[in-house]
Design a protein around this ligand. Structure first.
Ligand code: PLP
Length: 394
């Protein structure tokens, strides 16, 4: 097959797929598996948003829209950015896409030339390195170590910047670590980016899922960093709308125009009905977010306390998103009940076989000393799942 696209043949399939596929098969075989793998809220899209979609269909609002999104939705996004984030943008700065992932794809396509380097935090969300490669650029992984709260150290960023560095990816609140950067930390990163003239791709998709501290958009820290930043956000996590596929960017006009042109040829407008539903999500009651956050927070506290009481496991308290990175460095290299555990994948397989619990091995995020547990599942499941893990480690 050496006449197929070399670049695209090198795109990795998800490392985490093996475990989730096995867990699915076990469930299908009637085995009671508890899954900590969820990457989406376990809540339904709020009723008023669903109804807005039904109304759009009934009114016949089912044709194409402007390929970069409905003007009314862009207005609602500008209003959101102004009131939530203190950011002034006009509709011409906004591009609405098929989910934040598509927005990230467009952003990287718009700014990268072959051989450019893009700094990616490690542990990373699985798609970042592959999205960078799809743009013919090179992902440069910069450690965000647990003893630094899973955040970038300025000196590490500085050490990895060279003339090829085009952008830094920043993700706060973070997947997979749940970490949230403070305003002070963001200021230092912004200063560095401005000093070197490096673009900032700020993935703020978990903005609304914060339990401690406050979300700050790095773009709001001054006109220079705003000019360099592509803010990426979307409906998936805040409004439990993962399947609706609406994300968006806010950026300077030049970048927005390039992204809009790419999208106009590649995909055209994102789903029209989902765009109408998104307008309602912004304009309608915001209480459903608060209810979801309350449930996540309760689960988060329970999960972290329980994990830290289990021999061999530890984790820091994440401030946002719905994931806990569990440190398994004390387990790696050991044999438990006859199983040799040499990697996060071994441990995930052990937990699935022995405890009927599915977790995501850290290897999928570039860090083998961890597993990721999602608390986007009921408190009952969390209790039962963690008890099973505890027993499997006795
Ligand atoms: N960015 C991060 C860090 C994510 O975890 C996800 C989804 O898991 C996305 C972006 C993509 O979200 P969307 O559903 O809007 O494409």
């Amino acid at each position: 097959h050496n006449n197929l696209s070399r670049k695209n043949m090198e795109i990795s399939p998800s490392v985490t797929l093996a475990i989730t596929a096995k867990a699915k098969k076990m469930k299908a075989d009637g085995i009671d598996v508890i899954s900590f793998g969820a990457g989406e809220p376990d809540f339904n899209t709020p009723a008023h948003i669903r109804e807005a979609a039904i109304k759009a269909i009934e009114k016949g609002l089912t044709g194409y829209t402007a390929s970069s999104g409905l003007p009314e939705l862009k207005q609602a996004i500008c209003h959101k950015l102004r009131t939530d984030n203190g950011l002034e943008y006009k509709p011409e700065h906004i591009v609405v896409s098929n989910g934040a992932k598509h927005s990230l794809y467009n952003a990287l396509q718009a700014i990268c030339n072959p051989g450019d380097e893009v700094i990616v935090p490690c542990p990373y969300w699985v798609s970042y390195p592959e999205l960078v490669k799809l743009a013919d650029a090179v992902p440069v992984l910069v450690e965000t170590p647990e003893d630094n709260g899973f955040k970038y150290r300025i000196e590490d960023l500085e050490a990895n910047i060279c003339e090829k560095t085009k952008a830094i990816i920043l993700n706060s609140p973070n997947n997979p670590t749940g970490t949230v950067y403070t305003e002070d930390e963001l200021k230092k990163i912004a200063d560095l980016a401005v000093r070197h003239g490096i673009y900032m791709i700020s993935d703020e998709i978990y903005e609304k899922l914060i339990y401690e501290g406050k979300h700050i958009s790095i773009a709001s820290l001054g006109p220079d960093i705003k000019e360099l930043t592509i803010v990426v956000n979307g409906m998936s996590k805040a409004y439990a709308m993962t399947g609706w596929r609406i994300g968006y960017t806010a950026s300077n006009k030049t970048i927005a125009d390039i992204m809009a042109n790419i999208q106009s040829h590649a995909t055209s407008n994102p789903n029209t009905i989902a765009q109408y539903a998104s307008i309602e999500a912004f304009k309608g009651p915001q209480e459903p977010i608060q209810e979801m956050v309350k449930a996540f927070d309760e689960r988060r506290r329970y999960m972290v306390e329980k994990i830290n009481s289990i021999n061999g496991l530890s984790c820091r308290m994440p401030e946002g998103a719905f994931y806990v990175m569990v440190n398994i460095s004390k387990i790696i290299g050991n044999t438990i009940n006859g199983f040799v555990i040499d990697s996060s994948m071994d441990f995930a397989e052990y937990l699935l076989d022995r405890a009927k619990v599915a977790v995501i091995p850290g290897a999928g995020f570039g860090t083998d000393n961890y597993i990721r547990l999602s608390y986007a599942t009921s408190l009952d499941n969390i209790r039962e799942g963690l008890e099973r893990i505890e027993k499997a480690l006795l």
